[in-house]
Design a protein around this ligand. Structure first.
Ligand code: ZN
Length: 199
């Protein structure tokens, strides 16, 4: 009945080597016969022989349902059920190709990655991963406030940016101002994309 897959360790970005990147590859599932409609199975990932995560899944006609437990950083375990839509496109040489639709951006993809609570496409994974690392809007804004205070100005981002303090080199001042501007821009862009609520 079910497909038991294991030991798939995906590296799609050599920059992120320490985090476990739990991926679900539709081609891999198909190749091993785990992707037939009606299949109920489980997938697990491991790193150097140690299991780093597992999920249960079932395949229906037009969706894949994932069932797993997620634990937010320092939080309680919670049960997650994620429904992923599937679609098919015909191949040039007969048969068809099956795609996931990323639950966040709806893009058609063949691999989804476990990012925080949900499985998402590579693009959304990267954004979420980075935001969880350090770049949450609130952390970015704290950084901006620190720079403003360091320059002897008001911490409020709505106020005018502080002038260069006496005795500070222009190069230092301009560097800090650029850093603050970039962080602030990124923070608001992320808020616009609903990042703060996305866990
Ligand atoms: Zn996506």
């Amino acid at each position: 009945m079910g497909g038991q897959g294991s030991g798939s360790w995906y590296r799609w970005n050599s920059k992120t080597t320490t985090e476990s990147q739990h991926g679900i590859d539709i081609r891999w599932l198909k190749k091993h016969g785990y992707f037939r409609s009606g299949t109920i199975g489980s997938l697990s990932w491991s790193c150097r022989g140690e299991q780093t995560g597992s999920i249960r899944y079932r395949i229906e006609a037009d969706r894949m349902i994932l069932d797993y437990r997620h634990r937010p950083h320092g939080g309680e375990w919670e049960e997650v059920e994620q429904k992923i839509s599937l679609s098919r496109t015909p191949c040039n040489y007969g048969g068809h190709r099956t795609w996931f639709h990323c639950p966040r951006c709806c893009k058609r993809v063949e691999v989804l990655y476990g990012a925080g609570k949900y499985f998402l496409c590579r693009h959304c994974y990267r954004l979420t991963y980075e935001s969880q690392q350090e770049k949450t809007p609130s952390r970015l804004l704290i950084k901006v406030q620190k720079i403003r205070k360091r320059l002897g100005g008001s911490a409020a981002t709505g106020d005018l940016f502080p002038q260069k303090p006496k005795g500070m080199h222009w190069k230092t001042y301009i560097g800090l101002r650029n850093e603050a501007e970039q962080a602030e821009r990124l923070a608001w862009a992320m808020v616009g994309q609903g990042f703060e609520n996305f866990r």
